[in-house]
Design a protein around this ligand. Structure first.
Ligand code: FMN
Length: 174
């Protein structure tokens, strides 16, 4: 099958997920194109499966992904297309945060007109060493509140690669 993977990223974790999906799909014999949504990505027409990923920053997905999806919603709705959302709030234990995440993702779909066949919420990463001073302080504060690691000398990855692979396998069989 011809697979297209489009992603938006701020610190690089969603690119890492997109690259993982590409490598795994290629191992299964599929032909895969990966593109950053900011770099003139190809339209979905002509592909069998389209996977689109974005990460949450201050409750918003990347604008580039929003515009790509909105511009191509009609084409995306005619084929097997799915969304992978990379964030930290999916790891929260409280219902309020989980509901808020669900609402953000639903608003993204409502505002773009996209009806993906599946949505996978992927735990992201705390990449302290890549943040500037202020981002580091903010993220440390949020991490402390949410019970995540707070030593800013290191990076922490929470992505569950087994679940990401299972998402891919579902989509390739859809
Ligand atoms: C400044 C900043 C704001 C963030 N805001 C949110 C947020 O509102 N909700 C959330 O669940 N995660 C939030 N995160 C966590 C990111 O979604 C997570 O670090 C993810 O791995 C980033 O993916 P990326 O490297 O592809 O951009 C934030 C991270 C940063 C650095």
């Amino acid at each position: 099958m011809k697979v297209l993977i489009i992603y938006g990223t701020t610190e690089g974790q969603t690119r890492k997920v997109a690259t993982f999906l590409k490598d795994e799909a290629e191992k299964l014999g599929h032909t895969v194109t990966v593109a950053d949504a900011t770099e003139n990505p190809p339209a979905p027409v002509g592909f069998d499966v389209v996977l689109i990923g974005a990460s949450l920053h201050m409750h918003n997905y990347q604008n580039s992904v929003f515009h790509y999806v909105k511009d191509n919603a009609e084409a995306l709705n005619k084929l097997t297309s799915a969304f992978f959302s990379v964030c930290l709030s999916v790891m929260a234990n409280d219902e309020e945060t989980i509901n808020e995440l669900k609402q953000i993702t639903e608003s993204f779909m409502a505002d773009t007109g996209w009806k993906p066949v599946d949505i996978e919420q992927v735990p992201g990463a705390l990449l302290y060493t890549k943040y500037d001073f202020f981002k580091k302080m903010i993220m440390r504060m949020i991490a402390k509140r949410e019970g995540h690691q707070t030593s800013t000398k290191e990076d922490y990855e929470y992505t569950d690669w087994v679940k990401v692979r299972a998402f891919l396998n579902r989509m390739l069989k859809a």
